[in-house]
Design a protein. Sequence first.
Length: 262
Amino acid sequence: MPPIQRFWAICGLALSLALPVSGARAQAPASRAYVGSHPVPARAGGGYCSIEGIHMHTYVPDRPVLFQIVGDAYLFVGDPVPFGYRGPRTVFYGIHPVHVPLPVPPPAPIFCALPGPHYHPYAPPAGPDYVLEGGVAFYVGSPPPAPVVQRSHAFEAEYRPFAALRPQVVVKPPKGWRGTWWVAPPAAPTAKPPPVQVVAPSPRVVVAPPAPPAVVVAPPAVVVAPPAPPAVVVVPGSRKPGKWLKIKHKDWHKGGKWKEHD
Ligand SMILES: [Zn+2]
Ligand SMILES: [Zn+2]
């Protein structure tokens, strides 16, 4: 953008900021102008943009609850610490007007609706609207409008994941403070490991092969046989009962024949 056009664009934005504002507007501004520092959406890289004054981006906030539209620009009104702000800071307690320098002072206060202790880069202005107790700023000025109080629930929800980053405040609130004492939400339950399922091992079926047939080797039977009778050679046929066969010695060498002898 040429310098002269950029000049008129900034002038136009400053003029629009000069118009009466009532805090939030129903529709988002046509431009993506920001006034003051602000968180950067995660989709644009995350972190915290520390540019002061009016500047432009190509994105819209990803936490619109924490922004007010002033003129045609987004104004971040929340605690910047959870989003990466590391600069000087002051502890505030409860709902209070924001004190971001604007090109044109708004006709009505713009509020930070965050309950409980939190940080801002700015210090509260001197005057009767604040009481400092132990360095903690308590707003005791005119009560915030009802829409601001209603919006505090949405603020609280946005910052619930960052409860651990809240400042620790132990002082008592001063007289005239009308806020509600903040109680830290319970710590998020730590994820428990999934229960270990003990599964009984399935019974193992072992099919044993059939046992081989038992082989019983009987001990050898001891048979005491009666002594064998004397061998008797019986020639079938011609022998008369009671006759034994004998071979006459004298007939042997003659190719003797079997003869019966008495
Ligand atoms: Zn920026
Ligand atoms: Zn605040």
